[in-house]
Design a protein around this ligand. Structure first.
Ligand SMILES: *Cc1c(COP(=O)(O)O)cnc(C)c1O
Length: 444
């Protein structure tokens, strides 16, 4: 057999390894396991072409293909949050605890999320997460979990008010929660009617009392979680609202289950129930530190009944969470402290020595780094105005872009001509990763 293709001894095509041979290399076999054989094969084909074109050496085909492939089968990449914003919405809000990640792993296959293994019959979906919430929140007689805070609130409005009935709310609480989404529009999209009372800065008990009538479904209290009003301001205590008669629903937003000493102005679920709210809605991935979820908690006999009414409402089926969320939420509530909790509870005195050590290691490599005292914040639309003392590695601002494009990507904060890598939301165990990421970037 002779080949029709003319060739020359130096023709690189002759030395380009065959596809099967490249795919058989252990690292590429492993990549095929992670990413699928087709995808890896396409990367190999492209690398072979580069070898034929003389762009790379034929011996580098396998390495070139590997370099072009992502580490995992998702386009989502882990990012180191050195922004100093504990709950960064664009970074997926709360990072999960190792316990929550392990719980997701346990639930990922077939699992008993809705099967009673003793009787072999259908079990209560997410019973563990519900029990964990009830244990963690004194006064919670019932709980239910929706996709997110907005879903929990929308469902309450649809199930308890629906078309034709009124939800009484202070004008000071008709807030926008982010990305153009507004609480009043969310509520009205369920068909419920809003009955705003009072003014932007002041609402009195008499305003609520005057608006309550036969059409009132409930009184809604929304925590204005992303801004503070000060000055000539007044609003009404939950306890007073509870005395008016109709159910009181409190959207506390952040998902703080019990009070936190650093966040005195942040409402918590236990406090809202004790203060007279029948229902509390909140997010799972803000200060609670868990997965995206919406919590619905009911206090007292009426609140417990209302949770059941909401849970049985047909739309609830369209807002229920998956097994992964239930597993992660349970582990976040009942397990070890979440990363968010640890960032909050970090002794600020431990941060500056970490920043000093990182800056010294970088400076020794010729990187223009120094350590700085900074102020971090909670973020995620929560605890506005709360200043958390922190420390950072300071680099010239031009590092910010290179760090975002690095591996792993690092998100810092640009302040003036500096790029600050704030350590308040970086676990100490990630300092070495941060150091490696900064060392790896090339900045002119
Ligand atoms: C964040 C927030 C919401 C929305 O919760 P998601 O979990 O983001 O859907 C609703 N109300 C308040 C007061 C909030 O702070």
């Amino acid at each position: 057999m002779t080949t029709a293709r003319p060739h020359h001894a130096a023709d690189p095509r002759r030395r380009v390894p065959r596809t099967d041979a490249v795919l058989a290399e252990p690292e590429l076999t492993a990549a095929a396991g992670r990413l699928g054989r087709d995808r890896v094969k396409r990367a190999v084909t492209a690398a072979q072409q580069r070898a034929r074109d003389g762009v790379i050496a034929p011996s580098d085909v396998a390495a070139d293909a590997l370099a072009a492939l992502p580490a995992t089968a998702t386009g989502i990449r882990p990012v180191l949050n050195a922004s100093g914003v504990l709950l960064h919405t664009n970074l997926g809000r709360a990072p999960l605890s190792d316990a929550a990640v392990a719980a997701i792993g346990a639930a990922a296959g077939t699992c008993d999320v809705e099967l009673d293994l003793t009787t072999g019959r259908r079990g209560t979906r997410g019973a563990g997460a519900v029990a964990a919430l009830r244990d963690a929140v004194p006064g919670a007689g019932a709980a239910w979990i929706a996709n997110n805070g907005a879903a929990a609130l929308a469902l309450v409005c649809a199930a308890l008010a629906g078309p034709g009935r009124e939800i009484v709310i202070s004008r000071g609480q008709l807030v926008e929660i982010g990305d153009g989404f507004r609480i009043p529009e969310l509520i009205e999209s369920t068909g419920a009617r809003l009955r705003p009372v009072g003014t932007t800065n002041r609402t009195h008990l008499s305003d609520y009392a005057g608006a309550i009538g036969p059409d009132t479904a409930f009184v809604l209290v929304v925590h204005p979680s992303n801004f503070v009003v000060s000055g000539f301001v007044s609003d009404v205590d939950l306890r007073e609202l509870a005395g008016l008669g109709p159910p009181v629903v409190a959207d506390i937003g952040s998902g703080l289950l019990t009070p936190h000493p650093l966040l005195p102005a942040e409402p918590d679920a236990a406090g809202a129930l004790a203060g007279g709210a029948d229902l509390v809605t909140a997010s799972g991935d803000k200060l609670l530190g868990g997965p995206q979820a919406g919590l619905l908690l009911g206090g007292g006999e009426r609140g417990t009944r209302l949770v059941e009414q909401v849970r049985r409402f047909p739309l609830a089926r369209a807002m229920r969470v998956d097994k992964l969320t239930l597993a992660a939420l349970e582990a976040s509530v009942a397990g070890p402290p979440t990363p968010v909790r640890e960032f909050l509870d970090t002794d600020p005195a431990t941060l500056r020595p970490r920043a000093d050590a990182l800056a010294a290691a970088l400076a020794a490599d010729g990187v223009p780094a120094s350590a700085a005292d900074t102020v971090a914040g909670v973020g995620g639309g929560g605890a506005p105005g709360v200043e958390l003392p922190s420390a950072a590695v300071a680099l010239p601002a031009r590092y910010a872009e290179a760090l975002r494009a690095g591996d792993p990507p690092v998100l810092g904060r640009v302040a003036g001509d500096r790029c600050l890598l704030d350590l308040r939301a970086v676990p100490p165990s990630a300092d070495s990763v941060l150091l490696g990421a900064v060392r790896a970037v090339r900045v002119g």
